[in-house]
Ligand binder design. Structure first.
Ligand code: FAD
Ligand code: COM
Length: 518
């Protein structure tokens, strides 16, 4: 083992150590234990991703003593290694490539018509860059958050108070399961062929340039986000899903806007369909997939299949060692204090199930920490703002228009662009990173909608397709939950040209006693 306690490594040194271990596929565990601290550990966080790291940091801030154990040689978990960070890189690329393709050969844009750009190069750029965030997480955790950890070695649960790692057994008052989740597999023969990827194996293993056709299985966030990126690189992209894609966006008009735009970019959607067979080329590489649709089965030649089929929990060890209660899909069951069915054992993050998002992992970790330290803290995920990427950033919160109409008698909608009787597109919305579209290709400049209860004047839903509204939505959501009205929203100060036009649209209507849509 490498004892790093008191070593005060810089981020550069951390980066080198992490890169060496990743390249070697292992190496000496990195152990940062304060041997001078005689206090027992209050909690072992098994898993140092978003849930484990934030939980441990909070517990430490409250005066407790946490220990984090992670099999990877870095803290931060999936987010920087496989998930949010590469997803945002690919979605950024999709947005930029769509801009370039929309204005190909005009202004200063190169002519990308009919051209493919490299997926491999961007994946390699990510692989080179990702150890920067890893190094920062280790540095911050050790130098700024005073966290103790054992990294680069899997932990084995001995019992509810003990975990074995790197040939030592550590004991604590409580155990927090923060072991995350992994991609759901297809369950077909041939899944190990080169050319079948999920979000993790794509960035870990891609070592060739995918050919002209990408097949994507799934219709949820990851499937659509990665499919838009593959499409933007210039590949024929076929999305195969059992359900309608983007069913998680609860507003039909927003969904329709997105589907139209994706189809215009050339994406093909096969719904009510699934991949039923994989065929290799005889040398270990994918050559074709068979897709079952309602009409029959179709073979598509491709060397690139991306699986975006959802997540399964890393809970088998906890189940075997402790017998924690899980649901039918293996997700660990917890109460609102993040307690499992086993005394002194908590669980947080993806391993407890949906929504599998960073805010829930981090807040769940904090909730567990507070309870371990003697607070009575509860965390139940309530309404939360959500987002995904197509070639755009898409944000939403609250009720869609149809949901609102089913519940309320007087629903008012404010939206941009307006319904235009002659079908012409107007240059609105126009905001950050949408300006070229707004002026030159207005149909591409986004969509936004506010859903209002006309009787109480309260905002009940908001939808935004464009860029740069994520920040606004995370602050808007709690205000909406507290009953934000059209009049209050219209009284805020816009930073014009703002990504969403909600403030000024509300102000234009706020003066009227009887609200009307527009
Ligand atoms: P993880 O971060 O996965 O941490 C679990 C840790 O446990 C890992 O570090 C693992 O090494 C460790 N571990 C497991 N078993 C053991 C063991 N036996 N011993 C030692 N260590 C162990 N959410 C967002 O909010 N925004 C996004 O943009 C976003 N993008 C995403 C994109 C993709 C493609 C995916 C798949 C997910 C995305 N998410 C996003 C979700 C987000 O990544 C997860 O919700 C979050 O990372 C979960 O954190 P966690 O701590 O529960 O798990
Ligand atoms: C973020 C990882 S990439 S963590 O949530 O800060 O640990």
């Amino acid at each position: 083992m490498t004892d790093v306690s008191g070593a005060q490594w810089t981020t550069t040194r951390w980066r080198r150590e992490i890169e060496d271990r990743l390249a070697a596929g292992g190496g000496e565990p990195l152990v940062n234990i304060d041997r001078g601290d005689r206090r027992p550990f209050d909690a072992i966080f098994l898993g140092g991703g978003a849930g484990g790291r934030f939980g441990a940091a909070y517990l430490r801030a409250m005066g407790g003593r946490p220990l984090i154990i992670d099999r990877w040689p870095f803290l931060g978990g999936s987010c920087p290694h496989h998930a949010c960070v590469p997803h945002h890189l690919f979605s950024d690329a999709a947005a930029q490539l769509m801009l370039e393709r929309s204005f190909s050969g005009r202004l200063w844009f190169q002519d990308l018509r009919g051209k493919q750009v490299s997926i491999l190069e961007l994946v390699e750029a990510f692989r080179q860059g990702r150890t920067g965030p890893h190094a920062f997480m280790n540095y911050q955790s050790q130098e700024q958050l005073d966290l103790e950890f054992v990294l680069g070695a899997p932990g084995r649960i001995v019992d509810a108070h003990s975990v074995e790692v790197a040939e030592s057994i550590y004991r604590a008052r409580s155990l927090v399961l923060a072991t995350g989740s992994r991609a759901r597999a297809l369950g077909l023969e041939g899944e190990s062929l080169t050319g079948v990827f999920d979000y993790a194996s794509l960035v870990d293993r891609l070592d060739y340039e995918p050919g002209p056709t990408a097949v994507v299985a799934g219709g949820g966030k990851t499937a659509i986000e990665y499919a838009c990126f593959f499409n933007a690189t210039g590949r024929r992209t076929l999305v195969v899903s059992r359900e309608e894609p983007l069913a998680l966006i609860q507003d039909a008009e927003t969904r329709a806007f997105l589907m139209t735009r994706m189809r215009e970019q050339g994406m093909e959607f096969w719904s009510g369909a699934h991949v039923v067979a994989l065929e290799g080329d005889g040398e270990g590489k994918l050559a074709a997939v068979t897709i079952q649709t309602r009409e029959g089965s179709h073979e598509v030649s491709t060397d690139f299949l991306f699986l975006g089929l959802g997540q399964q929990p890393n809970s088998a060890e906890a189940l075997a060692a402790l017998g924690v209660a899980t649901d039918a899909n293996g997700f660990v069951q917890v109460d609102s204090r993040m307690r499992t069915s086993v005394a002194d054992v908590y669980a947080v993050g993806d391993v407890v199930g949906a929504p599998m998002e960073m805010f829930k992992a981090r807040k769940g970790g904090v909730c567990a920490a507070r309870n371990i330290m003697g607070d009575e803290a509860h965390y139940r995920v309530e309404d939360f703002p959500d987002f995904l990427h197509t070639h755009y950033e898409v944000c939403w919160l609250g009720l869609g228009e149809e949901q609102a109409r089913a519940r309320l008698r007087n629903v008012i909608v404010l939206k941009l662009p307006p319904d235009n009787p002659d079908g012409d597109s107007v240059s609105l919305p126009a905001g950050d990173r949408m300006m070229l579209y707004a002026l030159l290709r207005p149909e591409l400049s986004g969509f936004q909608k506010l859903v209002i209860d006309g009787d109480t004047r309260r905002i009940v839903g908001a939808f935004h397709v464009g860029a740069g509204a994520k920040d606004g939505f995370q602050y808007l959501a709690p205000l909406v939950r507290k009953g934000l009205t059209v009049d209050e929203l219209g009284d805020m100060n816009e930073l014009f040209l703002n990504p969403s036009y909600f403030i000024q649209l509300c102000r234009l209507r706020a003066g009227s006693r009887v609200l009307r849509g527009m």
